[in-house]
Write a protein that binds this ligand. Structure first.
Ligand SMILES: Nc1nc2c(ncn2[C@@H]2O[C@H](COP(=O)(O)OP(=O)(O)OP(=O)(O)O)[C@@H](O)[C@H]2O)c(=O)[nH]1
Ligand SMILES: Nc1nc2c(ncn2[C@@H]2O[C@H](COP(=O)(O)OP(=O)(O)OP(=O)(O)O)[C@@H](O)[C@H]2O)c(=O)[nH]1
Ligand SMILES: [Mg+2]
Ligand SMILES: [Mg+2]
Ligand SMILES: [Zn+2]
Ligand SMILES: [Zn+2]
Lengths: 207, 207
């Protein structure tokens, strides 16, 4: 499938470009409304407090809601609209990277379009690929979306503070994840709202 | 774009097939985990109580979670896996319809794959297209996904029972919807869990 091969070639170029500038990069994929933006803002706050320089690319189909939230929080950000695609690809990231002064940053966060299907097939060239889901989507997210969890490095289960309000047991999701990944990868439970489990995520991403 | 034209042609065939069998049909699109399955099960229960015969097609990328939940609830269902696509299309629905004895039913519910982007471009041939979102995804769903809300008939905002837990004001979402649709379409607030707002949805779908 040429589209995917072409994407991987450009992803490889992005990877080398980021390495030349000593930037550690993370692609945050995940379901619509799982808390990707909230998590990125929270992680960036903690990293800036440690003296690290962080930049983010806010991917979305349309609009600049996430970009604005990032900027308002004090996080340097660039808006990136796909207009039609339901996933970011390496080419749109290559173009977006050309707008950023990479020497000014240590860490790059990319927020992908909310979707648990297509982003799995389009690596962007980052060091880590993370999938963010939340309890409020139900306990079947892992069972229904094998590809994206096998094509990523870690998973994050957010909104554990309100799991009982949707009758969801986080352990069911964790067990499904361990079964699918053979126990080789970890899923991190957190609540961005309550600031719980965030430091474990920073450690897992070696930040 | 040939794919879309081909899809619309088959959708038209599906529409006529369903009309020949006097079946009213609804395509439930929406975000991942918004409550599409829970809503379909609840609507079917109320319709069966009125003596109507209901069947459902459970669309998903993989697995049979939703299909099983429907069957366990007493709703006749057929499982429909796309394997890779992040949306159902008219062709897969045509094939699935051939497995159903259409003379046995009055109403057909189709649950689409959870995704607020691509399903907008792929009508299936149903009478109504509905978009289900929920408060727990945040208050920006309408602002970020114009196409799917303009290519559908009504919208449903579920999980209003826990809006405050995610700091979301349902009125913001309703205002965005009214602005986008020029007040010509309605968004229905509901809580499937608390059985609130369900009868208004039945009325809106003329069921
Ligand atoms: N209760 C609770 N709500 C949360 C938490 N994290 C995020 N939220 C809420 O969940 C909603 C969605 O959060 P976002 O950060 O916009 O999620 P997102 O994944 O970036 O959403 P999209 O970019 O639109 O796909 C917002 O209303 C947040 O306030 C959490 O840990 N607990
Ligand atoms: N509090 C609350 N939880 C709800 C409501 N409706 C659904 N839920 C919960 O939300 C989660 C997702 O519901 P589902 O019916 O699986 O949603 P879905 O849209 O069919 O999900 P996918 O098919 O996986 O995209 C489940 O844990 C439900 O219990 C509601 O009105 N209020
Ligand atoms: Mg976001
Ligand atoms: Mg479902
Ligand atoms: Zn897709
Ligand atoms: Zn798609």
């Amino acid at each position: 499938y040429d589209v995917l091969r072409e994407n991987n070639k450009i992803a490889h170029e992005n990877y080398h470009l980021l390495k030349e500038h000593n930037i550690r990069s993370i692609d945050f994929m995940g379901s619509i409304g799982a808390g990707k933006t909230a998590l990125i803002i929270k992680l960036a706050e903690k990293l800036r407090a440690k003296g690290l320089r962080v930049c983010a690319i806010a991917g979305d189909v349309t609009g600049d809601d996430d970009f604005t939230r990032m900027e308002v929080s004090g996080l340097d950000a660039v808006n990136c609209n796909t207009e039609h695609e339901c996933h970011l690809d390496a080419n749109i990231i290559k173009k977006t990277l050309s707008k950023i002064d990479l020497d000014k940053y240590d860490i790059l966060f990319i927020e992908n379009v909310g979707n648990l299907v297509c982003p799995a097939d389009f690596p962007l060239g980052t060091d880590y690929r993370v999938v963010v889901i939340s309890t409020t989507e139900g306990d079947d997210m892992v069972r229904k979306h094998h590809d994206i969890f096998t094509h990523s490095d870690i998973a994050i289960l957010n909104k554990i503070d309100i799991a009982s309000a949707v009758d969801v047991d986080p352990e069911i999701i964790a067990n499904d994840y361990n079964k699918l990944t053979g126990g080789l990868k970890n899923i991190y439970k957190c609540s961005v709202k309550k600031d719980e489990g965030i430091n474990e995520i920073l450690a897992a991403l070696k930040l």
